[in-house]
Design a binder for this molecule. Structure first.
Ligand code: PDD
Length: 286
């Protein structure tokens, strides 16, 4: 099966045939929310948690959820069956739909646009992951609603471009002297064997991977503490990780041109990434 089939407003279509109005508020205003759910085999990872976060995002922007949880799952299953691949991700976005007049005012009668596609993310290659990534810290100038998984990502694009222009892979964002997250990931710092991550707030996305890593760490006797991390603490961190659905747990080996510890993926990362891979394997076979 080579054709890419997507879901658009109740229909399963080849991607070339899936079209949306230029008057769609997603296109005109970035007025919508999205989710990225990793899939192993035919099994979406933490699907209930992703759907709960989708619900939170929709509620925050005053939109109704078009489907019940079971209906979402049925659509995911069908779409995964209709597309080939093994390690993949479901991308879904819901916008407030099209309206003939360009007006910020919400039109309650508008039908949402519901779009889902399967991303071919490919299996995370452990030896590539272990090489780690270089980062810089950048002032987090985003809005006070980063807990919404909004499709309006221009600020994140600008921040990522700033990192790219600095010759590194990603940025660690700093607000008022404290770490928030990466441009598309959460941050976990390791110091003296303890994992630290900032609390959820309106300044960062409540990451599903972050929560899973913390949960798996605790189950395996690794101590975790959720608290603010000052920018200065990063300099003496033993390890820094960026977590996300597509990147899993990426070790940061350089920050602002300086090595993080000995500039290698650290021992706690090695333990956690193995536990994480094991968890995925069990999901795949469940
Ligand atoms: N992004 N913070 C931001 C700003 C993100 O965009 C993401 C994920 C995360 C990590 O969340 P999770 O662990 O649930 O993936 C944190 C996805 C992967 C994306 O935009 O492609």
């Amino acid at each position: 099966m080579s054709e890419k089939i997507v879901f658009l407003n109740g229909e399963y279509l080849p991607v070339e045939q899936a079209t949306v109005s230029v008057l769609d508020r997603g296109f005109l205003f970035g007025d919508g929310v999205y989710e990225v759910i990793p899939v192993f085999g035919l099994k979406p990872l933490r699907v209930d948690e992703h759907l709960q976060r989708l619900q939170n995002s929709l509620s925050r922007i005053s939109m109704d959820n078009p489907y019940e949880v079971e209906e979402w799952k049925r659509i995911f299953d069908e779409l995964l069956e209709r597309n080939s691949g093994d390690d993949r991700a479901i991308y879904l976005q819901i916008t407030r739909g099209a309206h003939p007049v360009r007006d910020l005012k919400i039109q309650p009668e508008n039908q949402p646009t519901i779009f889902i596609m399967v991303l071919q993310v490919g299996a995370v290659n452990m030896s590539d992951l272990e090489k780690g990534i270089e980062t810089v810290t950048i002032d987090d100038f985003r809005w006070h609603a980063c807990d919404i998984k909004s499709i309006s990502l221009v600020a994140n694009v600008m921040l990522r471009e700033q990192a790219t222009q600095s010759g590194v892979v990603d940025a660690i964002l700093i607000r008022d002297g404290y770490v928030t997250e990466g441009t598309a990931s959460n941050l976990i710092m390791v110091k003296d064997g303890v994992l630290y991550t900032p609390p959820t707030s309106q300044h960062l996305l409540p990451g599903i991977t972050r929560d899973l890593v913390l949960e798996l760490a605790q189950e395996n006797g690794v101590e975790c503490e959720v608290r603010q991390i000052a920018e200065a603490e990063l300099e003496s961190a033993d390890e820094i990780w960026l977590t996300s659905s597509t990147r899993e747990i990426a070790p940061v080996i350089r920050l602002n041109g300086k090595d993080v510890a000995d500039a290698k993926a650290g021992p706690v990362w090695k333990i956690m990434i193995n536990i994480y891979q094991q968890y995925k394997q069990e999901l795949r076979q469940a």
